[in-house]
Design a protein around this ligand. Structure first.
Ligand code: PAF
Length: 284
């Protein structure tokens, strides 16, 4: 499996593949790969001739330096996992340095995504989506994928990337993939690797609460459900709720009055010690 660290080396190789009419799928990651990532890679291998997996912990999307410095970095292990899927040598890994991406200027561009950038993660993680927009656009410019794969655990990010592609008229098809969960329901995330045993045991409470919120959605108002969720976490010894919001999936604005013509999801962000976990669930 070929591992590239420089855009000036991977870019021409991709041009050659494209000139041979091969399609390219991109799975952008920050590494510490888990089965959720591998499911994206499998889907990308199914849909495309070649798949690039980018592994890059993007500094501009972190609003918290502690979170950035503690983010797990496990490149050797990631490469070993990808090798298990690389039967016909169709996976390329792009693991650039910060300098290869930012060329000495580690700043993000300012983006407008029609307002969805100010909700939820945008409200609690200032500048986060400018950082995501900057890296995703750069990866698309360097790697020129036909399709790019994103998990729905970061549902707001998925909507942001779709808006980015629309705004810049980029010829990339964005594919959203279902959330992968551990057997106890905890959404797979690279950050789970940082949970102590005690917090790991507690964390499935997040999805359990989302499932109950979904069950209540048919008969109770969004406000009442939100209050119920806030009470559940107020009573919890270990997990601290940052937000729980029931939102329209298009605008990502909190729902005031339900309409059966719209689709809604419940979104949650929780601190397990200093580890921030997010999750969401479709409600209708
Ligand atoms: O979801 C992630 O892992 C990151 O936000 C992404 C899309 C790879 C951009 O750094």
């Amino acid at each position: 499996m070929k591992i590239y660290n420089q855009k000036t080396v991977i870019s021409p190789d991709i041009q050659v593949l494209k000139s041979q009419q091969h399609t390219i799928g991109l799975v952008p990651t920050m590494g510490a790969l888990h089965h959720g990532h591998l499911a994206l890679v499998k889907k990308a291998l199914h849909d495309n001739n070649y798949v690039v997996v980018s592994i890059f912990v993007n500094p501009t999307q972190f609003d918290n330096t502690n979170d950035l410095s503690k983010y797990p970095r496990t490149l050797n292990n990631d490469v070993e996992l990808l090798k298990t899927l690389n039967e016909n040598n169709r996976i390329l890994v792009y693991a650039p340095s910060v300098d290869d991406i930012y060329e000495g200027d580690i700043i993000s561009q300012d983006y407008k995504f029609g307002g969805i950038e100010f909700e939820m993660e945008g409200r609690f993680r200032k500048g986060h989506f400018d950082g995501v927009g900057t890296i995703v656009k750069r990866l698309f410019d360097i790697l020129k994928p036909d399709k790019a794969y994103f998990g729905k655990k970061d549902f707001q990010q998925l909507q942001i990337v779709k808006a980015l592609v629309r705004n810049y008229d980029m010829p990339v098809n964005i594919v959203g993939c279902e959330i992968h969960r551990e057997s106890d329901g905890l959404a797979m995330s690279s950050r789970n690797a940082r949970l102590t045993e005690e917090y790991r045991q507690a964390a499935p409470f997040i999805y359990k609460t989302l499932k109950t919120a979904k069950a209540k959605f048919g008969t109770e108002s969004a406000n009442k459900i939100t209050e119920w969720v806030e009470n559940q976490f107020a009573k919890h010894d270990l997990l601290k709720l940052e937000y729980f919001i029931i939102a329209d999936i298009e605008t990502l604005k909190p729902v005031k009055r339900k309409s059966n013509k719209k689709s809604y999801r419940a979104f949650i962000a929780v601190y397990a010690d200093d580890i921030r976990l997010i999750d969401n669930i479709a409600l209708n």
